[in-house]
Design a protein around this ligand. Sequence first.
Ligand SMILES: Nc1nc2c(c(=O)[nH]1)N[C@H]1C(S)=C(S)[C@@H](COP(=O)(O)O)O[C@H]1N2
Ligand SMILES: [Mo]
Length: 441
Amino acid sequence: MTKISKNSDKSLESNSVEQSSRRDFFKKTAIYSASALTAATVLAPIKLKADDENITHHVEWGTKLGDKVDKYPYGVPSPYEHNNVRRVHDLLSSGDRYATVSMSPLHQQEGIITPNGLFFTRNHGGTAHIDPNKFRLMIHGLVKKPIVLTLEQLKRYPSESRIHFIECPANGSTGWRGPQFNNLQFVKGMMSSAEWTGVKLSVLLEDLGLKPEAQWALVEGSDNSEMGRTIPIEKILDDAMLVWGQNGEPLRPEQGYPVRLLVPGWEGNLNVKWVKRIEFSDKPWHAKEETSKYTMLQPSGKAINFFWPMEVNSIITSPCPEVPWTDLKKGDMVEISGIAWSGRGTIKTVDISLDGGKNWVEAELKGLVLPKSWTRFFYIIKWDGKKKVLLSRAIDDTGHIQPSIDKLIGNVGVEGIYHRNPIVGWEVTSKGVVNNVHVRS
Ligand SMILES: Nc1nc2c(c(=O)[nH]1)N[C@H]1C(S)=C(S)[C@@H](COP(=O)(O)O)O[C@H]1N2
Ligand SMILES: [Mo]
């Protein structure tokens, strides 16, 4: 474990001169107009040899016909992308890989949507394969019109599409007791994001009629694990949905085909897959997954039984151990970028530190900034070729701030593994190698 104390490390000092946001950079390099500056001119250009065969010769794919257009009725990625895959870590699996988690390669993702084949997958009893003709959804308990729906009937309700992340509350637990894994995928890969299509439960319940005593819903899966979770009625009526669409196609089997519950911004575990039953009651159930698991430990060791929202969080995805700066030289311009998210609301600002938390600057947000969604941020620097300790700290529009490791330990103690959202440290060595470090104050 690398311990970085606040005042002793001289190599971390005085790099603020070289820090500049994109706006400042444009100002300082007035010989270019902002519009003429493309990423290629801003960021370190790779110098190719004049006799590079890829320029001077015909490339092989230009001299013969390509594949027939109907070779793949359902498209597949380029074979050169075979490393862009989900991964299971032996240390985190039950051995047989039925009840485990396969983590998403965040370092290879662009924008705020995870491709369906790379969506992280957390199963407690294997991936169920449900025949959509045999799908039945029972909605009962404190409703005026109890019902059993087929998939076609469910899809007749008015639908909408929304972009939201799903994050397992155990995300971040792998790096909690020290930098155990030296890559982004195993440090933060228990989350992904999609555009989900389905019906809001508030719309469905307008039809079925909720009885006034209804305070809680039990949502249960039909898979081997029979995952069941209790959800308060306020959330059900606010923005919970039953979804069948994932990024423009039916849900993938791993994500709960044909229908899952979507509880935007709340614990991944609540997003029950392969859903079969929703029961309304005036009391919570205290289901298996809300007793010893998926609860929030306090410093006293006592657990908070229901703790649902995923806290404000962020992670730098470039650079990271899988995306180092080993090809860069002193003086090269480079973009530091990452993902911020909050299950409570919308990302307001993201701060970045290059010196392990002594100085902070505000990053810029890019692309869509949506509630309970991934939000991209970036910041451009001229690298001085010296060691850096990169941190990012997100703040959401409810005023929550991503805590340091020590602040979080003060709040929740060290024992629990759920809801760990501390600031993550990437040390960039003078050679451009990136390591996961714990920055303690
Ligand atoms: N029916 C059912 N629903 C489930 C699970 C499960 O094993 N069975 N796993 C839960 C957990 S712990 C998480 S974190 C999320 C993961 O969703 P994903 O696999 O689509 O990423 O699904 C939740 N819903
Ligand atoms: Mo989970």
